[in-house]
Design a protein around this ligand. Structure first.
Ligand SMILES: [Zn+2]
Length: 206
């Protein structure tokens, strides 16, 4: 049997950590809820979306993988806006190891609540060694870390490189990635639907 003092020594740090996480979440604006969102459309100039690749396409980046977001492909630079109220918790850059040109991916994560987040991956598709244009894309991101955003808050200008420049639009819930269309408002779903008709592509596959 643990003594009362020992129990307290174990429980107190847990309690303090828990309270700390809760307080930090509330301070940065992430509510301790798990409610599923209703997303608005993330690009202002919807008529400049000329192609789409749906969520769930199989063998997307190798056998056994699937496409974990929706690609909205553009024909000119467009304005990416927040589709939901939340807090910016990640702004990062990665090199696309799957691609020959080693293009840079610009990630922006909007945490909605404890269960849900939107990930906007800007893929202008400039080669990884094109420092000039990748710097322009970096500087075209207009939000900062821990900034609170509302529906329509400008996130970035997604630059057009001429080759499959797109927004990889992701939604993650408590049990992993899902098709963002399913959790979109009726108006946003209509926009997706129009694009899918124009491009003859499915939005959520399977
Ligand atoms: Zn994609």
């Amino acid at each position: 049997m643990l003594s009362r003092k020992k129990k307290l020594l174990i429980l107190l740090p847990l309690l303090l950590t828990g309270t700390g996480i809760l307080a930090f979440g509330l301070i940065i604006g992430v509510p301790p809820t798990f409610d599923s969102p209703s997303l608005e459309f993330p690009i202002v100039e919807e008529n400049n979306i000329i192609d789409l690749r749906g969520y769930g396409i199989e063998n997307w980046s190798g056998p056994g993988t699937y496409h974990n977001g929706i690609d909205l492909v553009i024909n000119t630079s467009v304005s990416v806006v927040s589709p939901v109220q939340g807090t910016i918790t990640v702004i990062e850059e990665r090199k696309n190891e799957h691609s020959i040109i080693q293009n840079i991916l610009f990630d922006v994560v909007i945490q909605i609540n404890w269960g849900w987040k939107v990930k906007l991956v800007l893929e202008p598709n400039f080669p990884g060694d094109d420092t000039y244009n990748n710097t322009l894309q970096r500087e075209a991101i207009s939000i900062g870390l821990l900034q609170r955003v509302n529906v329509g808050t400008p996130i970035a200008t997604l630059l057009y490189s001429g080759y499959y420049s797109h927004l990889h639009y992701m939604l993650e819930g408590p049990s992993g990635d899902v098709c963002a269309y399913t959790y979109s408002s009726l108006q946003a779903q209509n926009t997706f639907y129009e694009i899918s008709l124009r491009t003859n592509q499915s939005i959520c596959v399977g």
